[in-house]
Ligand binder design. Sequence first.
Ligand code: SF4
Length: 110
Amino acid sequence: MGGRCRARDALEVLPGVGTKTASVVLNVAFGVETIAVDTHIFRVSNRIPLVVAPTTDKVQAGLEAIVPAPYRLNAHHWLILFGRYICKARRPECPRCPINDLCRYPSKTL
Ligand code: SF4
């Protein structure tokens, strides 16, 4: 759910709370199907690619549009863990990546 809602508006007027933090709170505390985009999700999305976009807000909108509903609530956590432990920033672990046959990242470490 990438559209505006009253809860999101209320969160984002708080000092230091931007789109990502508001999305995390909406997802974890209120069960809203948001996909907050941090540095890991931004990288993974552009690499595979799932969504190619220059900003985190655009990646979030793209992911929320393409991730099927049954997975949308937890996709945020899965993508962060995938980026933190497999599709790492400096040297992705492509040989043990479960989607290395699908990934189109030109600098795979296979
Ligand atoms: S194959 Fe490599 S670059 Fe592609 S998603 Fe897997 S870890 Fe990331």
